[in-house]
Design a protein around this ligand. Sequence first.
Ligand SMILES: [Zn+2]
Length: 303
Amino acid sequence: MSTRSLNIKSILLAAIMVVIFFSFTQVAQAKIKTLTSEIIDLEFTSASYLKDPTLITANGQHITIRRITNSKKPTQKILIQSGLHGNEKGAIAFNQWLLPHFKNLMISSSEWKNTQIDFILVANPDGYLTNNRYNSNAVNLNRNFSVLFGQTREYPGKMSFSETETKAVRALALKEKYNVAIDVHGYINWVVLPTSPSIIAQKRKISKPEIAKYKKLYKTIAKNIPQLKNYKQLTAGFLQDGGSFEDWMFWEGGAQSFCLEIKKNHMKEDEKTRLKSYQAYANFLESTIKDLLNKSSHSLTAH
Ligand SMILES: [Zn+2]
């Protein structure tokens, strides 16, 4: 074999390697491009989306929904809400951080295929503007839902769903049929579950599938809560918080639902400490949601 033919062979081999390398890079790039372009990021008001012009707060404000989805026909739908208490700015800030976090997950991980996540960052826009726990009618919106309505020390409103804000959340939930619905608050180191079946059973008949669904939720939270340091697992009924979001979402709205209380206002911490806390909450939410979505389907009750 001459030196000349060896050189030609080397050049040919190198050329082939270059072609293979570039075609691989292009395939990889095309894949990323496809995944990225599949993400749809929408923003709309509840009044326009639900075609109900009355869904405007007493102070004339809209409730905004941000929707992140990677499918036109999502098989798993999640709602993550914050700001039902307008003064809980730490919870709102965390949820705002969570939105792009989940968006990235939906782009990069096949576990989040066919997913729609709706974010309501500020469910009580009037209270948010005035730094108030309550809405413009002095109602605690997290006591204005219908399950165990009135069993509370705070003003829950004239009747269940008397308020625009809770009407909007209910209409959205009935339209979307969420599999999982989470309400983020900023008060104490608790995860609050819906009221236990034994207490609900004093008001109405409970079905076997409902009990199974509750057991699944209870076990899932118990399994994942150790990810959060010094956290307690409680129920709305135990806390005498009748009319809560998680109770209605679970017992009437067909979703697996709970409330995540953020331990404190992490906005006061330095960025590194804050992000460490945010990541822990995000990890807890990711694994909990994945466990709850596993073999679970929407089951709207007949009540
Ligand atoms: Zn709260």
